[in-house]
Design a binder for this molecule. Structure first.
Ligand code: 8IG
Length: 275
């Protein structure tokens, strides 16, 4: 059933495996180095086509350390895109979620691979629940900071990494120069895969959270460890439990994502063109 992944071996070096993955990507795409990487979460997939010309598409599982996508709505490919600016973007349509229980190394492997491929700007996107009552489903927001509620970290051993300005102020300002109406908020990563209880959403609100999700924070930490600048964006596909009066459903989340997708993908493409 599940295939063996070298990241799971006890003496594996995740950075060496990321280096090998980057080498395979360079071989398969014919692109030696990429400048920007984007992880496209639910609702953001269409951005891949709008960014520029796709010059190569690779099924993610052909690259060392990557696995097949576990979720509907996630495409499971890595694409190399030539931007109008001449820069090269690596589009990651294959996200491993923490709740899949494959360990943090596999969660952040795509980010480390991007860094090894030369990427300096990491764009992390997701679909998430909104706590701010002014947000309606379909609203894209900038991530200004995060609260990591997984009690886990991609850093191993005594590795101390500064997370001040983790979600680059410069890139958030650049995004707002493209769309001045973009709001921002603090992203709380829960383990999932269940959605929160209303009480947990209230807790998130009280401790300073505005967005609830199941990804991104661990990836952002790994991105910063690798020295990349991070831009984070959430598509609010639903109001968080208890904020919205009706129960949450995965179908609703997918639908809100599909409706918003063309608009937010175009926005993201314009932001990337300005980087
Ligand atoms: I889409 O309401 C999406 N992902 N934790 N809570 C959490 N993750 C989400 C939610 C949500 N909506």
């Amino acid at each position: 059933m599940s295939e063996m992944n070298p990241l799971d071996l006890p003496d594996a070096d995740p950075f060496e495996i990321a280096r090998q993955a980057a080498e395979q990507i360079a071989e398969k795409t014919g692109v030696e180095r990429h400048d920007i990487a984007l992880t496209l979460g639910s609702g953001w997939g269409k951005a891949a086509e709008l960014l520029g010309e796709t010059t190569a598409t690779i099924p993610a599982q052909e690259i060392i350390g990557f696995s097949k996508p576990a979720l509907e709505g996630h495409v499971g490919t890595l694409r190399s895109v030539l931007l109008p600016t001449g820069k090269r973007a690596l589009v990651i349509g294959a996200r491993t979620h923490y709740y899949e229980d494959h360990g943090v190394r596999r969660v952040v492997h795509s980010v480390r691979t991007a860094a090894a491929a030369g990427v300096k700007t990491m764009i992390l996107t997701n679909g998430a629940g909104g706590i701010k009552e002014t947000w309606t489903p379909g609203t894209p927001v900038l991530i200004s900071d995060h609260i990591n509620l997984t009690a886990d970290s991609p850093l191993e051993g005594a590795t101390f990494v500064d997370l001040t300005d983790l979600y680059s102020t410069r890139l958030r300002e650049l995004a707002r120069s493209i769309d001045s109406t973009l709001d921002e908020g603090v992203y709380c990563q829960f383990r999932g895969p269940h959605y929160e209880t209303p009480a947990e959403v209230q807790m998130a609100k009280i401790i300073g959270g505005h967005i609830v999700g199941m990804s991104t924070a661990l990836e952002a930490i790994a991105a910063r460890q690798s020295g990349m600048e991070v831009l984070g964006m959430s598509l609010i596909t639903n109001l968080a439990a208890g904020i919205q009066k009706t129960p949450l459903s995965h179908a609703e989340v997918i639908e809100a994502g599909q409706l918003a997708e063309p608009v937010i993908s175009a926005l993201l493409a314009r932001i990337v063109a300005a980087i």
